[in-house]
Design a protein around this ligand. Structure first.
Ligand SMILES: O=C(O)[C@H](O)[C@@H](O)[C@H](O)[C@H](O)COP(=O)(O)O
Ligand code: SF4
Length: 608
């Protein structure tokens, strides 16, 4: 094992010892010999099975069959989640084949960040992760279940399902992906048309045509944003079946994988002898493995929030320093948009998960001795699934990359270190995804231009006020201020200015999309302006140096003068409309970005 990976893992275990022990005591106490439903009073049990058909009702009364909770985030708003419409029936039929039962335990909400990007609804996006976690808990709290299947893919949904299911960590749980849509026009081509439109060189009709050729059918969007990063991390943590992440929806192989997930989760129940609950899979080694994979693929910056929040739900205290220390030694092995031109289907075709996991295992960068939904050992995940005359089987994946422009062996990595940098200095601590920023653009020192919001910047661009070097400061976009929205609508404008040769950078306490690239952006800056962070005292014209190579974020203003400044007021007026007023209580409870920007942190830190 790489010494740094061992060092970070041991540090994480030591730091988390008390909360992890409390968590394990909780889930081991919740686990029961024999089916959970056997512990219910008759009335509770009768209510729980009343809605079942006679076959399932009979099976449930027989205490030797497994009852599996289906928790689904299906809706028609996310192209990625639309395929889930038919999964519950497929799962129930698969379970009946083996004398078990699937009950649709509950649904969770799911927001499409692509639909809400740049709209007021985006301010509910991060809060929706907490709602998804709570909805998962409501579903599982019926306590009728011996295992669970989680149906979720996109941005806040998988993190929310993870946080909720980890609080029922005594249950064997498998995450069931839906897969990416087949490739449309390339993400680079899409982004180029957006920049042309921003410059007035493309019509709205041409823009719409391009967008609809990119996002054209059911399935996950094909860029390597938060949704596809979710899939990759779930697989590396051993919570998917091997190779399940990026098989396209509505295909025979996808359906076979869903059916097998239903069979596999029953094998992990107490009744069937290979008991493996999710709380015993998601441990310090699994979390370190997820961060290693995040770095090796230039994954979404949103996971610098989601992984600490998920970790805490399992009693583990993961920090940005852990991530930064791992990033220094983990090579970048894949280039998928926004870190390159390829999309996730090309990644899959070039060798996909089995190649990536084998390379990282052989380099001693992943812990092999971990629990998974297939039992002990991550080396089972160097295999890929295929149908052999209709039968689902696994074979060793390719030992060579089929396209080294997309996926490389460690020996020929794109870079010797990961794509994520922790940024720190007198403006606070943030992160930057450097893997998506050309080296010549990673350092910017220029006067600050302070913007209220994205529209403010767009208006300044259209008025021709931005034709210069500058550092855009967008503040009061943090979790407690307005729910920490993604600020991805600025990307085309800043991209045009960068292409025109201006040195531009962004500093914000808000988020960017996992699909954001090109622009050096120090994001998630903590403490946020709303709670008195330094960003609140930045003024127009202040010189700021954003150094993505060294990981520094410096305001070049006399310290005494800066401290004496009156902080700016926040954007309080925008916390109403689009339901934002319903989340005010939650915003007050949010922890800092470094702690995962979660409403549950304080409870989990003490109660775990
Ligand atoms: O974190 C992410 O990956 C993004 O939130 C992504 O889910 C979102 O949909 C983008 O906004 C899509 O990119 P465009 O907005 O560029 O289409
Ligand atoms: S990847 Fe983003 S845009 Fe695509 S379906 Fe998921 S949330 Fe929506």
């Amino acid at each position: 094992m790489h010494p740094r990976v061992l060092e970070v893992t041991e540090r994480l275990i030591a730091r988390s010892r008390a909360t992890r022990q409390a968590y394990l005591a909780l889930i081991r106490g919740a686990a029961t010999d024999g089916p959970m439903r056997g512990k219910l009073q008759c009335a509770n049990f009768a209510h729980g099975v009343a809605g079942c058909g006679s076959e399932d009702k009979h099976s449930l009364r027989m205490m030797n069959s497994a009852n599996i909770a289906i928790v689904s985030s299906y809706n028609d708003m996310l192209s990625a989640h639309q395929p889930y419409e038919v999964f519950p029936e497929q799962i129930k039929n698969a379970l009946r084949e083996i004398g078990s039962v699937g009950q649709f335990a509950g649904g969770t909400p799911a927001m499409c960040d692509g639909v809400t990007q740049g709209e007021p609804g985006m301010e509910l996006s991060l809060p929706s992760r907490e709602v998804i976690a709570m909805s998962t808990a409501v579903a599982l709290s019926h306590n009728m279940f011996d295992g669970a299947l989680m149906l979720g893919i996109c941005d806040k949904i998988v993190p929310g399902l993870m946080m909720g299911s980890l609080r029922f960590g005594h249950l064997p749980t498998i995450f069931v992906p839906g897969g990416p849509m087949v490739s449309g026009i390339s993400n680079k081509e899409k982004a180029d048309v957006r920049q042309k439109y921003a410059e007035g060189k493309a019509t709205r009709e041409e823009l719409l045509e391009s967008e609809m050729k990119s996002y054209h059918s059911p399935g996950t969007c094909t860029f390597y944003g938060t949704a596809n990063t979710n899939q990759l991390l779930m697989e590396v943590m051993g919570l998917h079946l091997p190779g399940a992440s990026f098989v396209n929806p509505n295909t025979p192989l996808r359906e076979a994988l869903t059916r097998e997930a239903a069979h596999q989760v029953t094998r992990l129940t107490k009744q069937n002898g290979n008991f493996m609950p999710i709380g015993e899979i998601v441990d310090e080694k699994a979390l370190v493995n997820s961060i290693v994979a995040l770095h090796a693929t230039g994954g979404s910056t949103n996971h610098t929030l989601h992984m600490p929040a998920i970790a805490m739900a399992a009693g583990i205290q993961l920090t940005w320093q852990d991530m930064a220390d791992l990033s220094e030694v983990v090579p970048t092995l894949s280039h998928v948009y926004p870190n390159g031109k390829a999309d996730i289907n090309h990644f899959q075709a070039a060798g996909g998960m089995s190649f990536l996991i084998r390379e990282l295992l052989e380099a001693g960068l992943l812990h092999e001795d971990v629990n998974t939904v297939l039992g002990h050992g991550l080396s089972q995940y160097t295999k890929e699934p295929f149908l052999d005359n209709g039968k689902l089987v696994w074979r060793e994946g390719p030992t060579e990359s089929l396209d080294e422009n997309i996926l490389r062996p460690v020996a020929r990595a794109f870079s010797a270190e990961g794509g994520l940098r922790v940024m720190e200095g007198n403006l606070g601590r943030g992160v930057m995804k450097v893997s998506a920023v050309a080296l010549e653009n990673q350092i910017v020192e220029a006067p600050a231009m302070v913007f209220q919001d994205q529209q403010d910047l767009a208006d300044a661009f259209k008025a021709g006020l931005l034709e210069k070097d500058f550092v855009a400061v967008m503040r009061f976009q943090g979790p407690r201020s307005n729910g920490m929205p993604e600020l991805h609508k600025m990307t085309p404008f800043l991209g045009v200015l960068q292409d025109r040769g201006f040195k531009v950078a962004l500093v914000t306490d808000g988020r960017m999309s996992g699909a954001s690239g090109k622009i050096p952006a120090a994001i998630h800056v903590s403490p946020e302006a709303y709670v008195g962070g330094a960003l609140a005292r930045v003024q127009e014209g202040d010189i700021i140096r954003v150094d993505g190579v060294k990981g520094t974020l410096e305001l070049k203003v006399d310290a005494a003068e800066f401290a004496a400044r009156e902080p700016a007021k926040g954007l309080l007026g925008n916390n109403i409309g689009s339901g934002r007023e319903l989340f005010g209580f939650m915003r007050l409870a949010f922890s800092s970005a470094e702690q995962g920007a979660s409403a549950f942190t304080s409870a989990l830190e003490t109660l775990n």
